[in-house]
Design a protein. Structure first.
Length: 573
């Protein structure tokens, strides 16, 4: 049994149809494709499988289920892989400069593979922080029928009767520095924290963007929930392969799905779940691929309006597996729909609207993983945007779990994460200080590193929340405490954060959304006169290229002009 497809408007016609395609078909036949295979749409099945980390190790298995779904819906799957850089291993050293850069490399490499081989559609599987937005970005960029699927979270580890995640190990390093943990204690936690395949279990960046994938409409309902090792993930892989074939037939494309309203829905899910501050980089970047203006400030405005209702780590008690067991992110989506927050009429990859997908979901009673809207954990979102004379282009802070939303203290300035981490591990700071890590922005790093090693050490030492930390770099989705990232303009381009001196008094008010330094405009202007740009250690290679191209954190740290500059869309060539 087969199906007759009209390839007149599909990209694969360039490599499978007519006499001129005989050489291309010869190459494809060498991989055992026959006439029937060549007459069907060619579907890219892209994964970030590798042996770098547990986040990605199950993706190869899941891809086989996707391919089966494509094949049984009369498509021809073509599997390929791209890179990932895994933050848990890259964190706290020079390797972290590669993390955000990898988002662009993932999107670019998938784009090149799809263009080069004229594939008609894409199913993208991703497991680690930057691979999720990278895969969604390229779907919108190519605008070919696409379905996204998350590889799934890790199961929680167990350390002396308590659930633990990788974040506890980072904090364990701080406990070791104070003497609270012995070498044996730290080794025991190290061996217990990560028991299987899957991405970090809290509402860190991977699970945040997995929730976004459903809310924005690029993933099948409930596909974000099951842990990586559960066999039900393979069922969602099969269903995703089937779904992409229906999208080809109906000519439903990512830019039909990723609209301004869908992006607002995605931001609302981040707010309601106390998600990662990195979403304030990734949502503008996805929007950029569709030619939609949706910067950090617009994201932050939505965060202000949405209650924080999901009790997830690092600000809360639970991990992704616990959310899955009460119904998944659909429970949060349905609760927000009940309150009139979400745009229910947004189209999704099911061919139905968001409202139709989740209308029958209910909030289970007698649980405290997701709170009802009438009794939220906090009345506004778990992530807050800031603005002021220290961050004219904005900054962002995760307030989930913070006991107080205001902080004033003297600046203690460091020109790299390593310098600050060394001071923290030696306890060379005081409670009440505002630690400033600068020259770590997109250009200045280059690569906008995350500061989890430092924030984890602070919490491990028991001073999390008793000091503040601000940076033009980023924070892990697992960071907790009074930590402000994405400060812009960054130090490398002469932003105010680069003009600070030790002792300058800084005030952060996450309640009203401001961050300022007690300096006049005239004093800042005077300091700017003596400021000199710095040369990084990366003056060749991929990081150098990134530094030349990358834009501001305010706009998503993107590296190309986006859809507004297009003269064509890949799918229409």
């Amino acid at each position: 049994m087969s199906k007759i497809w009209n390839k007149d408007k599909l990209p694969s016609r360039h490599v499978t149809v007519g006499p001129k395609s005989a050489p291309h078909r010869a190459m494809l036949r060498a991989m055992d494709l026959n006439d029937e295979d060549l007459a069907q749409p060619l579907v890219g099945v892209a994964t970030c499988w590798n042996e770098a980390a547990p986040c990605n190790i199950a993706l190869g298995r899941q891809a086989q289920s996707v391919k089966k779904g494509v094949k049984e819906a009369f498509g021809t799957p073509r599997e390929f892989t791209t890179i990932t850089v895994t933050d848990g291993i890259a964190m706290g050293h020079e390797g972290m400069r590669s993390s955000l850069v990898s988002r662009e490399a993932i999107a670019d490499s998938v784009e090149l593979t799809m263009r080069g081989h004229c594939y008609d559609a894409l199913v993208g599987l991703a497991g680690c922080d930057k691979s999720l937005p990278g895969m969604m970005m390229v779907m919108v960029r190519l605008n070919c029928p696409s379905v996204f699927m998350y590889g799934g979270s890790i199961l929680p580890g167990n350390f002396r009767g308590e659930d633990v995640t990788i974040i506890d190990v980072f904090e364990g390093v701080g406990k070791h520095a104070t003497g609270e943990f012995s070498d044996a204690d730290l080794k025991e936690m190290e061996c217990k924290a990560c028991p299987c395949a899957g991405a970090c279990g809290g509402q860190f960046t991977a699970n945040t963007m997995a929730c976004v994938s459903e809310a924005i409409g690029l993933a099948l309902p409930n596909s974000a929930g099951a842990p990586a090792v559960y066999e039900s993930r393979d069922e969602y892989g099969y269903a995703s392969g089937q779904a992409v074939m229906t999208l080809i037939e109906k000519n439903i494309r990512p830019r039909d799905i990723v609209t301004r309203k869908a992006l607002e829905n995605a931001a609302m899910i981040v707010a309601a779940t106390g998600g990662s501050t990195n979403a304030a980089l990734h949502l503008p970047a996805i929007a950029h691929e569709a030619g939609i203006d949706f910067d950090l400030h617009m994201v932050a405005d939505i965060f202000k309006k949405v209650p924080y209702i999901a009790n997830l780590k690092p600000g809360g008690k639970y991990v992704a597996k616990d959310l899955y067991e009460i119904g998944g992110v659909g429970v949060v989506i349905r609760e927000l729909m009940k309150g009139g927050y979400l745009h229910e009429d947004c189209l999704t990859v099911t061919g139905k609207t968001l409202g139709e997908n989740y209308r029958d979901v209910t909030l289970p009673p007698n649980q405290d993983v997701v709170f009802p809207l009438e009794n939220p954990i906090y009345p506004t979102g778990g992530v807050v945007g800031l603005k002021g004379n220290l961050c004219p282009e904005g900054a962002i802070v995760k307030i989930a779990g913070l006991p107080t939303l205001k902080f004033t203290g003297p600046a203690r300035c460091f020109d790299s994460e390593e310098a600050c981490l060394e001071a923290v591990l030696k306890r060379e700071y005081k409670e009440g200080d505002v630690l400033v890590i600068r020259y770590e922005g997109p250009k200045g790093g280059p690569g906008m590193r995350e500061m989890l090693a430092t924030t984890g050490a602070l919490y491990g030492q028991g001073t999390g929340g008793k000091v503040a930390l601000i940076t033009d770099g980023r924070f892990s989705g697992g960071t907790r405490g009074f930590c402000i990232g994405h400060v812009g303009p960054e130090a490398a381009v002469g932003g105010p954060i680069g003009l600070l001196k030790d002792g300058d008094m800084i005030t952060i008010d996450a309640d009203v959304g401001t961050m300022s330094v007690a300096l006049s405009d005239a004093e800042l202007a005077e300091r700017k006169k003596s400021w000199q740009p710095r040369r990084t250690n990366y003056n060749a290679g991929a990081l150098w290229k990134y530094a030349q191209l990358v834009g501001t954190a305010e706009k998503g740290a993107v590296t190309h002009p986006g859809a507004k500059a297009e003269t064509h869309v890949y799918m229409d060539l």
